[in-house]
Write a protein that binds this ligand. Structure first.
Ligand code: NI
Length: 191
C-alpha cells in the first residue's frame, strides 16, 4: 500500500476501534455487578446487602499475594485514615479466589493486620467463581509447579459500589489512593 493512502486509513482504523471499544465498555459495565453471599472471616454468611448504606471498596485476591493485594489494602488503609470520622461509611471487602488456603481463620489474621473494618470473604470455589463472573474479573491458580507455594494471577481492579449496591466505578490497579478517596468522598457527600 502506498504511503498516501496508508496514513488516512490507519487514522480511520484507530478512530473506529476507539469508538467501538468505548461503546462496548459502557455497555459491558452496565451489566456488571450485583448481590452475592459468601463466607466471612468469622465463618458466617456475608452478603453484599449487609453493606447497604456504605460505600463498598471491593477486590479479588489471595492472602499469599506478594505485592498486589498488600498494596491495594495499603491504599484502602490510607483512604480510611484520610476519611477520619467518615471512615465508618466505607466497607472494604477482600474476596479470596484461593479458598483452599484462605480459610476464614487465615483471612481473619490477614485482614485485621490491615484494618479491622475489612471483611475477608471466602467460599467454595464455585461460589467464588460465580462472583468473579458477575464482576467480570479473572484469576488463575498457578498450580502447575506442584508446589505448596503456588502463585495466583488475579484481576487487580478495585470495584467501587455505592450505598445502594450498584457498581459505580472500576479503578485500575496503580491509581493513587487520592483517586480512590475522591471517588469515595463524592459518593459520601451525595447522601
Ligand atoms: Ni494479589
Amino acid at each position: 500500500m502506498n504511503n498516501r493512502l496508508f496514513k488516512p486509513l490507519m487514522f480511520l482504523l484507530v478512530l473506529l476501534s476507539t469508538i467501538f471499544n468505548n461503546a462496548s465498555y459502557s455497555q459491558e459495565k452496565s451489566g456488571i455487578g450485583g448481590d452475592f453471599t459468601l463466607t466471612s472471616q468469622q465463618d458466617k454468611p456475608y452478603s453484599l446487602k449487609d453493606a447497604r448504606g456504605k460505600v463498598v471498596l471491593m477486590f479479588f485476591g489471595f492472602t499469599h499475594c506478594p505485592d498486589v493485594c498488600p498494596n491495594i489494602l495499603g491504599s484502602i488503609k490510607a483512604v480510611l485514615a484520610e476519611l477520619g470520622d467518615s471512615a465508618d461509611q466505607v466497607k472494604p471487602l477482600f474476596i479470596s479466589v484461593d479458598p483452599e488456603r484462605d480459610t476464614p481463620e487465615v483471612l481473619s489474621e490477614y485482614v485485621k493486620y490491615f484494618d479491622p473494618s475489612v471483611v475477608g470473604l471466602t467460599g467454595t470455589q464455585d461460589q467464588i467463581d460465580a462472583v468473579v463472573k458477575q464482576y467480570r474479573a479473572r484469576y488463575r491458580l498457578d498450580k502447575d509447579n506442584g508446589s505448596e507455594s503456588y502463585n495466583v494471577d488475579h484481576t487487580s481492579n478495585l470495584y467501587v459500589i455505592d450505598q445502594q449496591g450498584k457498581l459505580v466505578r472500576i479503578i485500575p490497579y496503580g491509581m493513587p489512593a487520592s483517586e480512590i478517596l475522591n471517588t469515595v468522598n463524592k459518593l459520601i457527600s451525595t447522601t
